[in-house]
Every structure is written in structure tokens, then in C-alpha cells.
Design a binder for this molecule. Structure first.
Ligand SMILES: [Zn+2]
Length: 159
């Protein structure tokens, strides 16, 4: 392993370190002031991680109109947070409530979908390879995989 290689760094980074560097990966340092910049930066990282998860599960979820709406809203939030970190917009003008709401929905969707797949993959005779995407596993399924309905996705995105 190369000294200070990316794998090691990824494991040793804590949220405190991450919050000081722009979440988008541009390397920009996020100042302590104005207050709230770093917590907003942390939020940007959380939103980006959720979007990355969603991208991985897109083939499973893309037929859900609500998921697509949520995903696209997330891309907008990510762009807005990035603009704020880059000083292109005033961070104070970003509405916090919709971002919190978006995160809450995302948490629930991810929790529900991940659990459904974990249950399904744990059944005897299933191969639970982490390298396989859910859609790949779905297409190879010999028994009924989780569906959007059985997962309860529809109700979870209702207010
Ligand atoms: Zn940046």
C-alpha cells in the first residue's frame, strides 16, 4: 500500500476533518466564519453521500415518480450548497427546512430499501455479493425479490 494512500485516508477521516474542506472535493478550505458554514458543508457531504447511494439504486427506484422527484431535488440542493461553499451565493439565503426534509425522506428511503434487500439476500440460496447491483440481483432472482410496494416506499414518501 502506498504511504498515505487513499484507502487509509478514507478510513481515518472523521467528520471534523471533512467539515473543514469543501464537500464537493475541490479542496477549498471552509472558514469558521460566518458561523454555520462548516455545518452547512457537513450537510452538503451528507446530501452527496445520499445521492451516491441513490445513484447505486437508481435502476431499482427509477420507476417511482416520487423517488425521481426526490433525487432531482437533491441534485438542486447539492448545487445550491456547493454554490454557498464557493461564495457564489449567500449561505444565509439557503432555506434550511427543505434540506432537512429532503434528508429525512432520504434516510427513510435508504433504510427501508437497504433492509428489504438485506432480508431478501439473507434468504437461503441467495448470493449476496456486494459487487452486484440490486437490479442485477433482481433480474437473476428465482423467487420474488422485494418490490416497491412490499418495501413500502410509496407510503414512506408521503407526508
Ligand atoms: Zn467545492
Amino acid at each position: 500500500m502506498p504511504p498515505g494512500g487513499p484507502a487509509k485516508d478514507a478510513l481515518t477521516i472523521d467528520s471534523g476533518d471533512v467539515a473543514k474542506d469543501c464537500f464537493c472535493g475541490c479542496g477549498r478550505r471552509i472558514p469558521r466564519f460566518p458561523l454555520g458554514m462548516r455545518s452547512m458543508n457537513t450537510r452538503g457531504r451528507q446530501v452527496s453521500e445520499r445521492l451516491a447511494w441513490a445513484e447505486d439504486h437508481r435502476s431499482f427506484l427509477e420507476n417511482e415518480r416520487e423517488f425521481v422527484d426526490w433525487f432531482e431535488e437533491g441534485l438542486g440542493i447539492q448545487t445550491a450548497l456547493k454554490a454557498a461553499m464557493h461564495g457564489e451565493v449567500d449561505p444565509a439565503t439557503l432555506p434550511e427546512r427543505p434540506i432537512r426534509d429532503w434528508q429525512a425522506v432520504g434516510r427513510e428511503v435508504q433504510h427501508t430499501v437497504d433492509r428489504a434487500f438485506a432480508r431478501w439476500a439473507a434468504e437461503p440460496g441467495k448470493e449476496a455479493s456486494p459487487n452486484r447491483t440490486p437490479s442485477r440481483r433482481l433480474s437473476e432472482a428465482s423467487t420474488d425479490p422485494p418490490t416497491n410496494e412490499s418495501v413500502g416506499l410509496r407510503s414512506s414518501t408521503q407526508p
